[in-house]
Write a protein that binds this ligand. Structure first.
Ligand code: ADP
Ligand code: MG
Length: 695
């Protein structure tokens, strides 16, 4: 039986092939698409404002009659028209103005009564609405006369009235033929409205309470469908058989004892969580969250040692060559300090190796000679074949695409997987997005760390920043100055790292040893500069964002970020995370234009105010919204049209609990009451047919 909801929009009464095209442009192809195109707001038709009561700066809905209208050309811009109408409602007069929409004149007939919605401005003693939305007052159509009338986000040329009528038509014609795919017991348990009543009330609410119930049901539904495939995938992965690692061998204990510091309580706890997973034959799928500088690397290294002591290989993938080399040097050094550690072989694989070096490394990985391989995306090359990969670590996961992350573990028979990120997010959100992973959090920094002092200066006050940096250098500390670009741009008025390096060397930082690093330098040159800086042969590093992730040089205590308004909040936090890694007090100076956008001001303000990555992530989420924050396509969050994971955590949790019960009792969705849900899932993700057969 074909689901009536999947009927093409063109078969809806009053549409037809030509008008269907206009719907298609809005992403509406089927009746279902149409009914899931939700209103942006509602107009309360019982409450029109009187023109005499309007305050400037506010939004109002008014009902008024057109007194006069006219059209003129703009003097400033050629070919640009301005349409004006004077309207009145008995209490007062108002002007409405539209820009470059000449065809509006046909609608604005003198004497006609219309409903206008928009923001009121005042110009002298004249009240005006700029580009207000407007529509006809008409008695004949119930879609327009209810108390709450939906207002949809529509482009030019599709009228609210026509759209409303189409929705009404679709509801009347198709709702009686549609069954709710959410199983009854889930609806009952969570007090959810059924689908038909929800769709009616989201479009044409009987009253505000029903609108709210409809909204909750549809948001629950979105969260539910969003998490369903994620949780099915998790159940499937858990059912596989992987490696039960030897967690009792001598090497792992010796490694922890050989460290020059004691693990923080949080590191120790998280390591236990990881080790417990590794002991079990179920493949580990764990996400390790920890703020910049919280010491994730050493935890991951310990997991690698556990892997090796049982005779398996470990792979450690990072997003940049600089970071790969740093990890390689540090880990090799740490391991050399353990008793029997010298027998362990660590390898490095990046794309800048020459052909011969690469081939040698491939061979050693394949023969099992290399126990731990550290590398970049180069690890994903087809030529890389492991002898027996037991653990895949992915550092700074947000720098990899979803597909790339999945590739490394495919190089072994169900290896354990540890994914690391320094972008901590609220827990409920994390389990939604990364629902197929278990989550560990390092919520503590090593003892003795001081929060970085952060200042925000304007470009005019730049000298202060340089003098602060000079002060730090004179005390034997090191510093970074970050630019958004390599080459300056006159058009955008941005300074670039290359020119500034020359200038700073000759002027403000004369007498100090400066280095320049950016992504266009050859890998060998970048390595050389980093080594010199690490060995304190350089005082100051002028850089672009190649240093953004992972770099760990405890001697650096100062960072100046120029044109800071051009960076995102997460990026600024990552950059700032390069300092404050030792026990000395560190300083970060953000330099920006005096006036920036509101959003960039909010970002810089958050940086000054908060040091904690969790707080910053929350602010960032608030400023940008979840879709932008996680990257639209990557996270799939754009599928959430009305559900908001930040403000509706309770619904999100309920949906998750319902899913866990459902998958626990019917993992293949075979029971009679779950068949419609299964159909709904397969319609969106046909590949789950396969998954459910196996799972
Ligand atoms: P991130 O979590 O940002 O990857 P790293 O693993 O690079 O952090 O660690 C930051 C610095 O802290 C490194 O220099 C590391 O050696 C050091 N470190 C890690 N754990 C501890 C600890 N328990 N006590 C003191 N220093 C530590
Ligand atoms: Mg790191």
């Amino acid at each position: 039986m074909k689901n009536a909801f999947h009927t093409s929009i063109q078969y809806l009464k009053g549409v037809g092939p030509k008008r269907a095209k206009a719907f298609n442009k809005l992403g509406i192809y089927t009746i279902e698409d149409l009914l899931y195109y939700f209103p942006r707001r509602y107009q309360d038709r019982t409450k029109f404002s009187a023109i005499s009561q309007l305050q400037e700066g506010q939004n109002y809905t008014i009902k008024a009659r057109i007194l006069a209208r006219g059209q003129r050309q703009s003097f400033r811009k050629r070919g640009f028209s301005i349409t004006e109408a004077a309207v009145a409602d008995g209490s007062g007069k108002l002007f409405c103005v539209w820009f470059n929409r000449p065809y509006l004149e046909d609608y604005l007939k003198v004497g006609r009564e219309l409903i206008f919605y928009g923001k009121v401005e005042r110009y002298g003693n004249r009240l005006q609405m700029n580009s207000p939305e407007f529509e006809f007052v008409s008695g004949e159509d119930s879609a327009d006369t209810a108390q709450f009338v939906p207002v949809y986000p529509l482009p030019e040329g599709v009228t609210q009235r026509y759209f409303r009528r189409s929705i009404k038509q679709a509801l009347e014609e198709f709702l009686p033929r549609v069954n709710d795919f959410l199983p009854y017991d889930i609806r009952a348990k969570n007090n959810l409205l059924n689908l038909a009543r929800s769709l009616i009330n989201i479009h044409f609410p009987e009253n505000l309470r029903m609108q709210k119930e409809a909204y909750e049901r549809l948001a629950f539904e979105e969260f539910f469908l969003f998490q369903l495939p994620i949780l099915l995938r998790k159940a499937k992965k858990k059912a596989r058989c992987g490696v039960a690692h030897n967690i009792k061998g001598p090497l792992s204990g010796a490694f922890i004892r050989s460290l020059p510091f004691k693990l923080t309580a949080a590191q120790a706890r998280v390591l236990q969580e990881i080790i417990r997973d590794m002991a079990s034959p179920q493949p580990m799928q764990r996400l390790l969250q920890g703020d910049v500088g919280s010491g994730k690397t050493v935890v991951a290294t310990a997991a690698c040692i556990v892997t090796i002591q049982g005779g398996y290989q470990a792979a450690f993938m990072v997003p940049t060559e600089i970071l790969a080399r740093q990890h390689y040097i540090n880990i090799k050094n740490q391991i050399s300090k353990i008793k029997d550690g010298k027998d362990l072989k660590i390898g490095l694989l990046t794309s800048s190796l020459n052909k011969k070096e690469k081939e040698k490394t491939y061979q050693e990985i394949e023969d099992g000679k290399i126990d731990l391989i550290i590398g970049t995306h180069a690890l994903l090359e087809e030529e890389v074949e492991f002898n027996n990969l037991g653990l895949a670590v992915i550092d700074e996961q947000h720098k990899f695409g979803v597909g790339q992350r999945a590739l490394l573990p495919k190089k072994g028979p169900n290896p354990d997987v540890l994914i690391m990120t320094a972008t901590p997010i609220p827990r409920t959100l994390a389990i939604t997005l990364y629902g197929d992973l278990d989550i560990s959090v390092i919520d503590e920094l090593p003892a003795g760390r001081l929060p970085v002092k952060t200042l925000h200066l304007t470009r005019k006050e730049k000298k202060k920043a340089y003098s602060l940096a000079r002060g730090q250098l004179s005390q034997g500390n090191q510093a970074y100055i970050i630019y958004p670009v390599i080459d300056e741009s006159y058009a955008l008025d941005i300074a670039g790292a290359k020119k500034m390096y020359e200038r700073l060397k000759a002027a403000e930082f004369k007498g100090f040893k400066l280095g320049l690093i950016h992504g266009r330098l050859k890998q060998k040159e970048q390595d050389l500069i980093m080594t010199q800086f690490r060995k304190r042969k350089l005082d100051l590093l002028v850089s672009t964002t190649v240093l953004e992730v992972g770099i760990d040089i405890p001697g650096a205590t100062c960072m100046i970020i120029e044109h800071a308004q051009r960076f995102g909040l997460a990026q600024l936090h990552q950059l700032r995370g390069r300092i404050g890694r030792g026990s000395k007090e560190s300083f970060c100076v953000l330099i920006s234009e005096a006036v920036g956008s509101e959003e960039s001001a909010a970002r810089l303000e958050a940086m000054v105010r908060y040091a904690d990555g969790f707080r910053i992530a929350e602010e960032d989420l608030k400023i940008r919204g979840p879709g932008e924050f996680f990257g639209k396509r990557q996270s799939g969050l754009s599928e959430l049209k009305i559900a908001n994971p930040l403000t509706q955590m309770h619904l999100l949790k309920k949906a998750r609990e319902a899913l866990q019960r459902l998958i626990g009792s019917d993992p293949r969705l075979e029971m009679h009451q779950n068949l419609l849900l299964k159909e709904r899932l397969l319609q969106r993700f046909p590949e789950y047919e396969q998954l459910m057969l196996v799972g």
